[in-house]
Design a protein. Sequence first.
Length: 492
Amino acid sequence: MKTIYMPLFSFARASVAALLLSTAALAQFDTAAVLGTVRDSSKAPLSGANVTLINTATGVSQSALTNDAGDYQFFNVKIGTYKVTAEAKGFKRAGAAEFTASVNARQRVDLDLQVGDVAEVVNVDAVASQLETDNSSRGTVISHHEIVDLPLNGRNYADLALLVPGVRKSDLAYGVPPRDASFNVNGMRSSQNNFMIDGVDNNFYGTSNQGFTNQVVQLSPDAAQEFKVETSSYSAEYGRAGGAIVNVSVRSGTNQYHGALWEYLRNTDLNATGFFKPLFNQKPTLIQNQFGAAFGGPVRKDKAFFFLDYEGFRRVEKAVQFATVPTLDQRNGIFSGQIQNPYTGEVFANGKVPAAQITPFAKGVFDLLPAPNLPGTSNNLQTLPSQPTNTDKGDARYDQYFGTKLTVFGRYSHRLSVINVPASIPGIAGGNSNGDIRVKSWQVSPGATYALSSRSVIEFRLGVSHTDAGKTPLYVGTPQPRFQVQLPQLSH
């Protein structure tokens, strides 16, 4: 299956918003808005006050003037840590305490100015509103510290959506192999969630879903800046979803170089045997390694930044499985009770089939099947088949600031996963399985933002996603079974 997705609706949505020149930023994508009111000590609004918003990590700043009601607003604020200052003629300059702008949030910061010389600075603590009153949507923001520090079995960042009220893990998440990012929100199917990354579509639309994921791009936790799960009353700009909106942003560089190295190990020697004890006291094998690195920093201070990350996943698992195969007596035509030839109708009261009536085809199949290793006629074969999984994924992002009006960014994400799912009955005559699975996906996403004024903005985002996923039956390329078991030719 090969699929290419070009979610042009993101471009159309942003273009329409720009053409209407609305006073509110409708298309927030993965950014935030910072707004507030500037007043004097008597709580009267101050118009014409100059408000400056500074990103403490990148040094990028932007300014706006308050209107007649003393209100100001900054659109398209990239998530991060900020400070706000305000100054007006005849008043001391006021500086707000450092605060965090979260994805798709509308953060309110109000400031009161005192009469005095503008050269004097008054620092105000705890002015950023803790309760978001300028947005009716209900959701939860999972910060970067939570993504990195909380334990994640398998390091799938989307699993942290289970921290949000009304979210439960889908049954698809327990499959073999499990389907990534599968959870039910408010009782809806997992396919009813809408995944977005950097403001563009990130949904895996394959009907057979051989990628075993609901996302085209599966970010490493160290590559996710933060993400927000909105579960109800979200803006109509998103559409599609009846479950949740999962909006995640890839990290970008700052004025300081920052990086991380990691290695997560799970080993058979550290594991318990499990409920079913295998034959010969052999413990089920589970060797899992997740390793990688992330690095970001400045290309040009206050102007251009980069971020890179890579993660590898290597896993070999041998889980206890049970199957039913013919006993040695049954292979020789010996049964415990009366048996009948379905072709001739002949009945063998003693339960023994003459050797001459056992076809070469049946003998060939019996020879390819393993012998039972447990007593009885049901679940008499226990195996520990090996299931290896190899995955490599990574991202590269670049951000450029051209003054205070124009910003651009570009991102490339890539993932290649190869999984071998064995059958519970080994050999060419064994049972059904998913076989050899190969999933290759990539996404390119450029974007640009231009501020026409303090009240209007043009924003462009484009996402191009490609997925090539499918599975191949086991033993493809080996001699055909009919030559090994003397499959009879059908007569015309």
